[in-house]
Design a protein around this ligand. Structure first.
Ligand SMILES: [Zn+2]
Length: 60
């Protein structure tokens, strides 16, 4: 049975949260969380941003 109020997938506490690559803020349950992935040296890398603004600011 599926409980629609379950918080499955929301059990990320601040110490495990990714941090924004631009401003360094921890990203916890942020609706504006953005993840950029790319391939480097044959493996997948991730970079997290707290918003589109930070993502755009990082590039360049
Ligand atoms: Zn940020």
């Amino acid at each position: 049975m599926v409980d629609p109020t379950s918080d499955l997938g929301t059990d990320v506490d601040e110490s495990d949260a990714p941090t924004c690559a631009t401003c360094g803020d921890p990203i916890v349950q942020s609706a504006t969380h953005r993840v950029v992935t790319w391939i480097e040296d044959g493996s997948v890398r991730h970079r997290h941003f707290c918003s589109d603004d930070c993502r755009d600011a990082y590039d360049g």
